[in-house]
Structure formats: C-alpha cells, structure tokens
Design a protein around this ligand. Sequence first.
Ligand code: MN
Length: 206
Amino acid sequence: MSNKYTLPPLPYAYGALEPYIEAQIMELHHGKHQQAYVDGLNAALDKHPQYFEKPLIELLQHIEHLPMDIQAAVRNHGGGVHNHTFFWHLMSIKGGGEPVGKSAEAINDVFGSFEIFKDKLTTSAKNRFGSGWVWLSLDAGGTLVISSTANQDTPLSGGLFPVLGLDVWEHAYYLQYFNRRTDYISAWWNIVNWEQVEENYVTLIG
Ligand code: MN
C-alpha cells in the first residue's frame, strides 16, 4: 500500500510560538509524539490495508464500523494524528485577542460574551482529569458546544464537529510550565488563531 500516513509538516518553525510555547516542546510534540501516532496508525491499518483508502475523518466518525482488532488503535493513534494536525493550525504568534467574523457572533450568541466563553473553556481545560483535550464544536443542530475528551478521543466520534481544540496532555506543556496547567492555558489564549477558527466554522456551516 502506498497510502501510508506520514507526519504532516508543522505550519511554522518550532520556535514560532515562543515565548508562549518553547521550541523544545514543539519539536518533541510534533517530531516525537505526533510521529508516534502516525507510526501507530500505520501499524494498525497494515492489518486491514483497505482502510488506508478511506479519509481518516471517516474512520474516526465511525470507529464502530472498523474491525474489532484495530478499533482501539485507530481511536488512539488515528485520533492523535488528526487532533494534532488540527491543533497546530489553531495556533499563531499573530493570534490571540478575540474571535472574528461569524464565529465571533455565534460565540456571543451562545455563551453571552467572549469572556464567558473563555472562562468556560478554561474551566473545562483545568478540570480535564489526566490526559485529554477540550473543544469548541458544532453539534448536529449547528450549535456551538464546549466539550472535553480523554486521551486522543475526538469529538468527531461523538457526532460533533470541532472548530477549536486545546491539548492539555502534560506533553504539551510540562517542559516549560511543569505541573502548572493553568499557566499553560493562560499563555495559550495569546496564540489562538481566530482566523483559523473562523475558517473552520464557516466551512462547517456552509
Ligand atoms: Mn499532544
């Protein structure tokens, strides 16, 4: 099979998000952690190579349709591949500030204000026990919802369509922030790429 997964390039240099996220974290996070998910996904799909032909998003939306012997590996490694690629594009040193465009209007409509939304997502990120992610997604009815997933689970598997995500695994911050997840979350708000959030949102609502 020639359709094996490869590590997608980071859309910026490893040091591009400094001082909020140090280059060494990005180098390990992308070059080692995401690479391991790529390798794990390929190893799983090697057992049933026909699934190399399907978009990863489809596999993650319907994990229950996969052969039992690769469901857990696709959930963990396939989720890891998809979540991290999604996450890299959601950060920019030119980011921060407040949402823009239609996604900004929707955030205000649903949560009342950007500040309320920011508090809620921050609380969800602090409260995620162990390793996981927090998300802003569209539900099937087109309404924005905040949710949290364990490990590398993606909201796609729960019928949601993410527009923003935050990795709160220790590997995302420990080298710089040690056990202070709250400091990492505060720093991350300075690099949220709201233009990308808007693009994700507009693409989904059509
Ligand atoms: Mn990660």
